[in-house]
Design a protein around this ligand. Structure first.
Ligand SMILES: Cc1ncc(COP(=O)(O)O)c(C=O)c1O
Length: 447
């Protein structure tokens, strides 16, 4: 069944994207500086500057500029594995055979680096308040697997997780946190914990205070991928308060050379360092981060207002204790307003019902006017590659929970949000008039 634009809403001449790069001019100047000074390499002033600016912005002591957020996450896993389980033999990962708890509703790059290091991801279900890792499910996971010592958490679509609750559970079980802030650069969270000890260890304090996402875990990551809130066209960073960790990543990411006149190696190296040309783009983007966040917030608020009469709600956040970067605006359809939608591995169909709709119909409607939406990131426990991996909900083991002889179904929050939610066009260059047209076409789906 395909959506028909019966209200004849005019398509946009130029496509409205989900989230595309927005350049301002200084990016080209810094790139040219790299060219003219011949620092066309993985060293240079642009790299030094973006590392300095990032530490200042996030409030972390050290940052290491890398080729991608995925590379940063890989380095974070390796650091955590080394700290927890010691040096691995060559050809073996530092997390080999070890379970690692991970956000379930996230992009694959949050969890794949666990596997690069030989680890076994166990997925933790999502909560409805922020669409991030559920602290209750995390607690259940530690009850089932008390030996686990590493937790990787993402802040989906730029919305901070319930960081204090998650951290309290991790502290109780003595686990290290890796924070994937790839989507949430510039998002803030009001925490009750102090985060200023040399080794990144923490205590509690009476008054909550604001901190940036990417400053809560022991080893954290941000991304400058082309679709992110600011971009270098590619790029990422490892963030930490630990000098030894930062130095290790500088070494590993530049082929792990020992201090000798010739190429001398005692451990496995990678070619993960950021180019000074890419760093020039990021350097030119940083002064515009707050402006991009303000534009994205205005888009979120406009959707919220424009869709308020419909049986939908926006991706939620904790208004008192968090300030997202509003990277992507999303909606979720009320259960009663969902028409039948069936998704296979790659195909989907739905049965239109008057007054009801589904993400597929809305995405088709948006596409019919030349704008780009996207399904919610499909949860990791539903991905074929991870189909046999553990999945823990707040009720306990999320696999094999139903019984053919007993009525009832198992709760699976991630699957529910995936079924009923979608990402809306959230490009910061979209005008209010263009956004109104998108809102109009969404309204038409519920007629
Ligand atoms: C949550 C999340 N983690 C990690 C990444 C990986 O970042 P990169 O594309 O820079 O490798 C992305 C996006 O690309 C992401 O959305």
């Amino acid at each position: 069944m395909a959506f028909k634009n019966t209200s004849a809403i005019k398509p946009f001449e130029k496509r409205i994207y989900l989230s595309s790069p927005t350049m301002h001019g200084d990016e080209a100047r810094y790139m040219m500086e790299a060219y003219e000074t011949n620092w066309m390499s993985t060293v240079g002033e642009n790299i030094n500057e973006v590392e300095r600016i990032t530490c200042e912005k996030i409030g972390c002591k050290y940052s290491v500029a890398l080729s991608a957020g995925t590379a940063a996450l890989h380095m974070a896993m390796k650091l955590a594995g080394l700290k927890l389980y010691g040096q691995a033999d060559v050809g073996h990962g530092t997390l080999e055979g070890k379970r690692v708890f991970a956000s379930d509703m996230t992009f694959g790059a949050t969890v794949n680096p666990i596997v690069y290091e030989g680890g076994i991801p166990v997925f933790i279900d999502t909560e409805y308040d922020t669409w991030n890792m559920d602290p209750e499910a995390l607690e259940k996971a530690f009850e089932i697997y008390p030996e686990v010592k590493l937790v990787v958490m993402a802040h989906l679509y730029g919305t901070p997780s319930k960081i204090d609750e998650l951290k309290a559970v991790c502290d109780k079980y003595g686990a290290i946190i890796i924070e994937d802030a790839a989507e949430s650069l510039g998002a803030k969270y009001k925490s009750k914990f102090v985060y200023n000890c040399p080794d990144g260890d923490r205590g509690r304090r009476a008054n909550a205070y604001w901190r940036e996402t990417g400053s809560f875990g022991k080893y954290n990551c941000i991304s400058f991928n082309g679709n992110k809130i600011i971009t270098g066209s590619a790029g990422g960073m490892l963030l930490t308060d630990n000098l030894d960790a930062a130095n290790k990543v500088r070494k590993w990411s530049t082929q792990a050379r020992e201090n000798a006149a010739w190429y001398q190696h005692e451990e496995l190296g990678y070619n993960y360092r950021m180019s000074n040309v890419i760093a020039g783009v990021i350097r030119g983007q940083y002064p515009h981060l707050e402006e991009h966040i303000a534009q994205k917030k205005a888009i979120y608020e406009r959707y919220k207002e424009g869709l308020k009469e419909l049986p939908v709600s926006m991706n939620p956040y904790d208004e008192e204790n968090s300030e997202p970067n509003f990277w992507l605006s999303c909606l979720i359809i009320d259960e009663e307003a969902m028409c039948k939608q069936v998704r296979g591995e790659k195909d989907v169909c739905y049965v239109k019902e008057q007054g009801k709709s589904c993400p597929t119909e809305i995405l088709e409607a948006i596409a019919s006017i030349n704008a780009e939406g996207r399904p919610i990131w499909k949860p990791m426990h539903m991905q074929p590659i991870y189909r046999m991996h553990g999945f823990i909900t707040k009720e306990g083991n999320g696999r094999a929970r139903t019984n053919a002889y007993i009525a009832g179904s198992a709760e699976d929050v991630g699957m529910d949000i995936f079924n009923r939610g979608l990402c809306l066009p959230s490009d910061n260059k979209m005008t209010a008039e263009q956004q109104d047209r998108i809102i109009e076409v969404i309204r038409a789906c519920f007629e």
